[in-house]
Design a protein around this ligand. Structure first.
Ligand SMILES: [Zn+2]
Length: 370
């Protein structure tokens, strides 16, 4: 009944069938025929179901998808959307989302369900862990969104921050918008802003945004919002250069926008990412360090592609070693991995800042070694 790839003709009717189907069996664990994974004793069961329904109501599927960089490509009737499937290596939009019902269905991989089912499949976790992830996300996402918005407003007010970014090669307004770059001026202004918005101080502390005395943990840092975290680069040479919130740094940067490219450039820093993106290499992603976590590795390996490893050519050789090790791992997974050699002592950022251009970088890609 389903086309092997993409959606069948008359898909709208079928889409309804599929979504109606998932309306009733939106999660195998919530179906009427099987035992729930949690205690099913009397009131506790209905309590759990109530809590799960509430969680689903609080996290609209479309919000969650968009926070994970999913973008709708085509609008269907009744405000439903089609886009690339985040769960398999999709080349034409086969992922249907009904924001009204908060349900999805993919015509490519045949999977569908609600936001809990999506979290299970996307993060490859079991039902209870998916609930935990969603609860954490529910608490943290609005807070990080507000903090990033606050930092974004501050950036233009602080000449030293803008000057620093210019010196690091950040020029185009599109880049600032694309990366949602901000600045943390420090002191107690973030705390004041967020508590005015109604966030209690302990929530800010727990997220790691402020210190015990209420000072901004990202003081005097350029701030880049990530999926479920913030990266802060210090302007001061006396402070540690890199800062993340406690917890995982998350997946590859902007992966949902990159994963459909057959050739992907991987860099280790967001400043490298920025200059490449600005030079027109929109197939670039970033692992924020030269050691990839399991989530990032899984993302890179979710389809057949060529990965250009463009780590720093630092004098101690750590970038080169990391690239060699990673190239080996990727090849074992059936990927085509190539190592890009930058001039000694350079990273992609310094290469561009010191006069390298897109054409020269393209030559480096073409010369990349297996
Ligand atoms: Zn799919």
């Amino acid at each position: 009944m389903l086309a092997a790839s993409g959606y069948p003709a008359g898909g709208e009717v079928l889409a309804d069938d599929r979504l109606e189907h998932f309306d009733f069996t939106h999660h195998p664990c919530l179906g009427l025929d099987c035992d729930p994974p949690y205690s099913a004793v009397g009131g506790e069961q209905s309590m759990n179901r109530w809590a799960i329904d509430e969680l689903k109501q609080q996290i609209p599927l479309l919000d969650y998808l968009e926070a994970h960089d999913w973008r709708p490509v085509r609008r269907l009737s009744r405000s439903r959307w089609m886009g690339l499937c985040p769960l398999h290596n999709d080349h034409k939009p086969s992922f249907l989302v009904d924001p009204g019902k908060s349900l999805f269905y993919c015509y490519g991989c045949g999977r569908g369900g609600d936001v809990i089912r999506f979290a299970e499949l996307y993060h490859q976790v079991k039902f209870p862990q998916a609930l935990t992830l969603l609860r954490q996300w529910r608490g943290l996402a609005p807070l990080l969104h507000e903090a990033a918005g606050f930092y974004g407003i501050q950036l233009q007010r602080y000449g030293e921050a803008v000057a620093y970014l210019q010196q690091r090669g950040f020029r185009s307004p599109e880049l600032f918008e694309h990366m949602r770059i901000g600045y943390a001026p420090g002191g107690g202004c973030l705390r004041r802003w967020l508590t005015q918005l109604g966030y209690p101080f302990p929530a800010l502390r727990q997220a790691g945004l402020v210190t015990a005395i209420g000072y901004d943990a990202y003081s005097h840092r350029i701030v880049f919002p990530l999926e479920g975290n913030l990266y802060g680069r210090s302007l001061s040479v006396s402070a540690p250069p890199h800062r993340f919130l406690p917890g995982t740094k998350g997946g590859l940067y902007a992966w949902e926008r990159v994963r459909h490219y057959p050739e992907v450039i991987l860099v280790e820093g967001l400043f490298d990412y920025a200059v490449l993106w600005q030079a027109g290499f929109h197939n670039v992603t970033c692992s924020m360090g030269n050691h990839l976590n399991t989530c990032q590795l899984r993302q890179l390996c979710d389809g057949t592609r060529t990965v250009y490893l463009t780590f720093d050519a630092d004098s101690n050789g750590s970038g080169r070693q990391a690239a060699q090790g990673l190239a080996c791992r990727l090849r074992k997974q059936g990927l085509n991995a190539r190592r890009v050699s930058l001039p000694q002592g350079h990273d992609p950022n310094s290469f561009f800042v010191q006069g390298g251009d897109a054409q020269q970088f393209q030559c480096l890609l073409e010369e990349a070694r297996v």
